[in-house]
Design a protein around this ligand. Sequence first.
Ligand code: BGP
Length: 478
Amino acid sequence: MNKFPENFLFGGAIAANQCEGAYREGGKGLSVADFLTGGTVSSRKPGFQLKLDENKYYPRHRSIDFYHRYKEDIALFAEMGFRCLRASIAWSRIYPNGDDEQPNEEGLQFYDDLLDEMIRNHMEPVITISHFEMPAALVDKYNGWANREMINVFKRYVHTLFERYGDRVKYWIVFNEINAAVNDVKGTHEYAIHTGIHFRPEDDRYQLVYQACHHQFVAIAETVKMGHEMMDGAMIGGMVAFIPTYARTCDPDDVMKTFTANRKKGVFFLDVMSRGEYPYYFETYLKKYGIQLERTEEDLKLMKQYPIDYVAFSYYMSLTESAHPENYPTTDGNVFSGLKNPYLQYSRFGWSVDPVGLRYSLNWLYDRYQKPLFIVENGYGDYDTFENGMIQDDDRIQYLNDHLKETAKAIEDGVDLIGYCEWGPIDLVSAGTGDMEKRYGFIYVDLDNQGNGTLKRTKKKSFDWYKEVIATNGGSLK
Ligand code: BGP
């Protein structure tokens, strides 16, 4: 039947640093994302230099100029019938240095206007508080999330948001893909993008990164507490990049290795945020690697008392794992790379296409956490080219069609799902590569990897397709 519930939140997801541009306007401070160049330095090969080089191109500085064009873009989303829009707030627009005494009124006003525009267009706002873009000054001053003081700094920011926008926003997501932080240990640069840590050669990176994660977990619990105290009916979500990893073969050694890999990549983060406590296997891990975390009794009590209200996750693809990885070809992926799956097709960017993996993930997550779920990102990155004046993005349509069908099956299975946000309903800068030409949109933006283009918006074939899916509540899926 492919039918979705009447009130199902169909929509799309974007992130401030990948679409707004205007990186020095309206009193905005610099964020770590403003130091990312295109191509090589990326969140998947994490790291950046805390210095702008005038000879380099920084794709996020102008991006698609959503800051000035959001009305036009939201009108297009509304034309597709979006019932929700996931957007993020750039922390450095509200607190330019992260820990300023007073918030920046111009930044607050911008999001006031943006939220009003969403609501006028009948979209439920879904707001990410921090999406890969902490204020850069916090890196210098505190060494990012490695410093416990960041919890207080973050609380002040969150309090400001809840006070100002709490009357209009019900769904909040604290950190985008918090599990991406584990990649910071692998960075080839001194500065880590997710945790904002400045690594010195003598540092134990695991120690620092897991300490940073602990501070983020406490910050999440504080956010849930504040959210419940300050707003009626607010839903505070925790989010991961969920990449189910299957055993490459049924060799029990492969199965065991896969089990551990899944925990480390994503499950650990969800276990802590949803259950409000550190799982036993993490304590064993800390002992094994001699990592000593500073965690107070109050921290642990707070975390237990204030777990997240719903589980938000991105889903793009799946991976495989083996006890003998050298025997198999590898593949790139969203946030994590791994081994290829011989049963799946791959996108032009080397990501597997696994719609059934989404139904599997939905059931798996609901079974384990028994909290409402929200697919806050799912999409297909591709090179799009015009043919006879039109972008015929049939591969994207196929991908989304198949993933939505599996989503409908999961709902039929009994999973409690709040909504579905297609990632990048309008082309925007890629988080992973800084490319503009890796496109996800229903709306094409005339801009290339070097920053050339008019920024003109053009509907792709998928635009009308998604409009029909929403209008029929999934009835048009094939
Ligand atoms: C997720 C991020 C998004 C987004 C998406 C697609 O990991 O939350 O910000 O960009 O991946 O990835 P990419 O842009 O690298 O293709």
